[in-house]
Design a protein around this ligand. Structure first.
Ligand SMILES: Cc1ncc(C[n+]2csc(CCOP(=O)(O)OP(=O)(O)O)c2C)c(N)n1
Length: 417
């Protein structure tokens, strides 16, 4: 075959297929030298009324507010008061401590599955605080910090994760696929990408009804390779939906790196250009930058300027889930070398630099939150952990459709409940 091809076209180079490879594999030195980190404050902050045609440099910048010394600098500084900053810190810390506790609970056989958001907690935390109560988040599974910021009860989280008889979703979902409409948190789905279209549809409905609520949707970098991503962007652009579409570029899908989803060719924020909507690229480990970019996009949406695509540039410091072993596909110490640091440490440093926080207060908060989590876990354990107590199987057929569908009726009959 090869011989025939070269004999037929002697002057042509042979084609070669480009298969992207991450810069480092297990056993090699982590290599982030390809990542350009602009100075904090370097990316401009345009007026929300500027047309998309004037914003085309933004997808190639990186909105950063916190500098190396923990100071807030530049035009994107949201000038938050210390109470909001402390609320952000508390949320990030609570999410991290809860994640750790649940990861251990999985190893102890108390739940079947868990996913951490380690390193990405600033995104949900800042957005939950920046957006309003009537707005709706169509989340990815690394958005626990949104629920933490909005005060969702820890006991309900534990009951769902332990799959016990008080599971608020009555066994209809995986342990970490939460649903909490009253907290602005639309049901999660195991089908990655499906929430993007729903976010756009919900936002279109809000505009159609002349309401004032906006939607925010999330996908990971890997999920941008799904058709749902592109369909959602088309609808959002055509109907100028009041929606913020977010890509959490945490560098990895399960074991495939972001290059497999196209990161080598352009930025994820730049995907917005083809749809004629603004794209922002934002330091996802910088609570202030996430807050400011979210507000900017929310203000645009509320003023009928339409959707914004935001790429949050971050790093998934933990494994993909409890089923994953990241040491099989990336250097073990890669997370510690991430050039944009740790969102918890950076916000803590900022508050300390402002004179609004201290190591002692941080330790006291850690103890307080640890005790709160421990109490919720103990309470949920008393109700039951995996396999020990269960919701009544009959309930999984209820509250699925407004009127029970014939399939539901048939399945319920077959199950004899
Ligand atoms: C439609 C669909 N395809 C594949 C999967 C299997 N799957 C679950 S998570 C995942 C990786 C997603 O990666 P990314 O979007 O980057 O999110 P991250 O886990 O990095 O936050 C895949 C392929 C799925 N759940 N749904």
């Amino acid at each position: 075959m090869d011989d025939r091809a070269s004999a037929a076209k002697p002057n042509r180079p042979r084609l070669s297929l480009h298969v992207p490879e991450p810069p480092a594999r297990p056993g090699q030195e982590p290599d982030f030298s390809h990542i350009m980190v602009p100075e904090a404050g370097a990316t401009r902050c345009p007026d929300i009324a500027e047309p998309e045609s004037a914003l085309r440099d933004l997808p190639y910048g990186l909105v950063r507010v916190l500098d190396e010394a923990g100071r807030a600098v530049g035009p994107w500084d949201p000038r938050l008061d210390p109470d909001t900053l402390r609320a952000g810190l508390r949320t990030i810390l609570k999410t991290r401590l809860f994640d750790d506790r649940m990861f251990r609970a999985h190893r102890q056989g108390k739940t079947s599955f868990y996913m951490k958001s380690l390193g990405e907690e600033a995104i949900g935390a800042a957005q939950a605080l920046a957006l309003e109560a009537g707005d709706m988040n169509f989340p990815s599974y690394r958005m626990l910090s949104w629920l933490m910021a909005r005060g969702y009860p820890l006991l309900d989280l534990c009951n769902q994760i332990f799959s016990n008889e008080r599971d608020p979703l009555r066994g209809r979902q995986l342990p970490i696929l939460y649903s909490a409409r009253d907290y602005g948190f639309y049901s999660l789905s195991g089908n990655v990408g499906s929430r993007f279209g729903h976010a756009v549809g919900w936002a279109m409905a809000s505009a159609y009804k002349h309401d004032d609520a906006i939607a925010v949707g999330h996908v990971g970098d890997g999920t941008t390779a799904e058709g749902d991503f592109h369909e959602a962007l088309t609808f959002a652009s055509v109907y100028k939906a009041p929606v913020i579409l977010c890509v959490e570029n945490n560098q990895w899908a399960i074991s495939s790196f972001s290059g497999i989803a196209g990161a080598g060719a352009t930025t994820f924020a730049a995907k917005a250009l083809a749809y004629g909507i603004p794209g922002l690229r934002v330091d996802g480990n910088d609570f202030l930058a996430v807050y400011a970019a979210t507000l900017w996009a929310a203000d645009r949406a509320r003023a009928n300027f339409g959707p914004t695509l935001i790429e949050f540039f971050t790093y998934r410091a933990a494994g993909h889930s409890t089923s994953d072993d990241p040491t099989r596909y990336r250097p073990e110490d890669e997370a510690s070398k991430w050039p944009l640091g740790d969102p918890l440490e950076r916000l803590k440093q900022h508050l300390i630099a402002l004179g609004e926080w201290s190591d002692e207060r941080h330790e006291a908060l850690t103890s307080e939150l640890t005790a709160e989590i421990k109490a919720a876990v103990k309470h949920a354990e008393a109700i039951g952990t995996l396999g020990v107590s269960k919701p009544n199987p009959r309930e999984m057929f209820e509250d699925v459709f407004a009127e029970p569908d014939w399939r539901i009726l048939e399945q319920r009959r077959e199950a004899g409940v």
